[in-house]
Design a protein around this ligand. Structure first.
Ligand code: PA5
Length: 449
């Protein structure tokens, strides 16, 4: 199980802040929010009660196994979960040409419409040995659809049968992808209607590419189910979810508008990217309070230890006191190096000799955490004993549940994202989509030059 250390988040070890006992005065309200979220059974919880989505993916395992490469075409919640699973659960050089993957697929995620990025991926792969998994719940997202159309054009040009190289992961009934799939006999996987993009990594959205690259998706589920059992039931004082929710709420009330996640592990780094979307899109909301607009949310930032000690930590220690920091740390790495005992007469180097590289990395994490506390910056550490499916599943579900509880505590709906619509619509207008002319006129003129 994951381990949580909150000791450097409390007044006792900070120059200022809240004490554990003061925090616990609010535990009742947090426990009520937790119960309310669990009892309302949102989609991301409901899916753990069934193996339906695991089986749906396992049913096409043999077909997935035929491809050397899986290329995901999607964006936001339809991409970040795939990236998080791939980077955290596979070795960092998994996609390298020389790496022995024992017949499992390489996984690429094209989540932007940057032509150079798409080209870089396409030039890495042999199209005839590739499956393109087009993931879009709505089936209308411009970025995913544009990349699909380009790939579709390439398949046609190369004389390949599209249905042999395409998989659509989309809404069970609605959307153009579902329609095209039905008309053209393209295989599909389901994104449950009650699971929003950023909460969908444990649906076929994340599971298909994970299975194709040899990730144990049942163990992922096991970890998530352990998390539901553990964080859904522990009493407040012992519940890392309640403590974390209240700490972040307290931080927000005190003007700490930035939540940094700083993994000390390259494989953990992009879990922080997944977290960034979850926290930002779910909690960054405006609402009406007695006729006044209230703006809420916290800006999530990702940083990498030890790299960003040489870039960000000066600011975190001595800059504005507007941050709460969550460290992720890994106790046992897949591999390690012992630093040779060379230059024993040079003090600046000799202390490193005989130590492992991971000991240095984790000591830096500890050192940074203490330094932040000394500078009055509340921080907490989540430790992964090892980086495996069970712990990643637990981490994912812990954060999904935490985010939903935060939504409840902030009195907002964490599952929608109305604030992204306007920009999308103006883009439609700029791209000449029918029906958006008026909107474009409204925003054009002076603004567009
Ligand atoms: O979390 C969300 O709902 C969004 O980030 C979506 O995942 C993202 O906009 C992509 O949407 P779709 O899957 O409909 O293409």
């Amino acid at each position: 199980m994951l381990e949580f250390d909150f000791s450097l988040a409390f007044k006792e070890n900070l120059k200022s802040g809240i004490s554990f006992e003061e925090l616990m005065e609010h535990s009742g309200v947090a426990m009520t929010a937790l119960r309310k979220v669990i009892d309302s059974k949102p989609g991301f919880i409901r899916i753990l009660g069934t193996d339906k989505y695991i089986k749906e993916v396992e049913d096409i395992a043999d077909w997935l196994g035929k491809f050397d490469n899986i290329v995901v075409l999607g964006i936001g919640g339809s991409a970040l979960g795939n990236i998080a699973l791939h980077t955290s659960l596979k070795p960092l050089n998994w996609n390298s040409s020389g790496y022995d993957r024992k017949g499992k697929a390489r996984v690429f995620v094209v989540d932007n419409v940057d032509p150079e990025f798409l080209e870089a991926t396409l030039s890495e792969i042999e199209i005839s040995k590739t499956l393109f998994n087009v993931i879009s719940k709505s089936g209308t997202t411009a970025e995913a659809m544009a990349n699909y159309l380009i790939v579709r054009g390439i398949l046609d040009k190369e004389g390949l049968v599209p249905a042999d190289h395409l998989l659509f992961t989309t809404d069970p009934e609605k959307g153009v992808l579902r329609k095209i799939a039905q008309e053209e006999g393209i295989k599909t996987l389901t994104i449950p209607q009650d699971v929003g993009g950023r909460f969908s990594v444990l649906t076929p959205v994340g599971l298909a590419s994970a299975l194709a690259e040899g990730i144990d998706i049942r163990a992922l589920y096991h970890g998530a189910r352990i998390a539901l059992e553990r964080y859904g039931n522990l009493e407040a004082r012992k519940n890392p979810l309640i403590i974390n929710a209240l700490l972040h709420l307290d931080a927000m009330k005190k003007g700490k508008s930035i939540s940094v996640m700083m993994p000390y592990s390259n494989r953990l780094y992009l879990l922080a990217d997944w977290y960034r979307q979850l926290w930002a899109e779910s909690l960054g909301k405006k609402y009406d309070l007695d006729g006044n607009e209230v703006f809420t949310g916290q800006t999530p930032v990702k940083a990498l230890g030890a790299v960003d000690q040489h870039s960000q930590i000066q600011l975190y220690n001595e800059g504005p006191k507007d941050k709460i920091v969550t460290f992720l740390r890994l106790e046992k790495f897949l591999t390690d190096y012992e630093i040779p005992r060379l230059y024993t007469d040079i003090n600046a180097l000799s202390y490193l000799g005989g130590k492992s590289l991971s000991t240095l990395l984790n000591s830096e994490q500890r050192g940074t955490a203490f330094a932040l506390a000394k500078n009055g910056v509340p921080n907490l550490t989540i430790s992964f004993p090892v980086l495996n499916e069970e712990h990643v599943g637990e981490f994912i579900f812990y954060y999904e549940l935490l985010t939903a509880v935060m939504g409840e505590l902030l009195h907002i709906n964490p599952y929608d994202q109305p604030g992204v619509e306007l920009g999308k619509k103006i883009t439609y207008g700029l791209m000449g989509r029918d029906g958006y002319e008026e909107l474009l006129n409204e925003y054009s003129g002076d603004h567009w030059g």
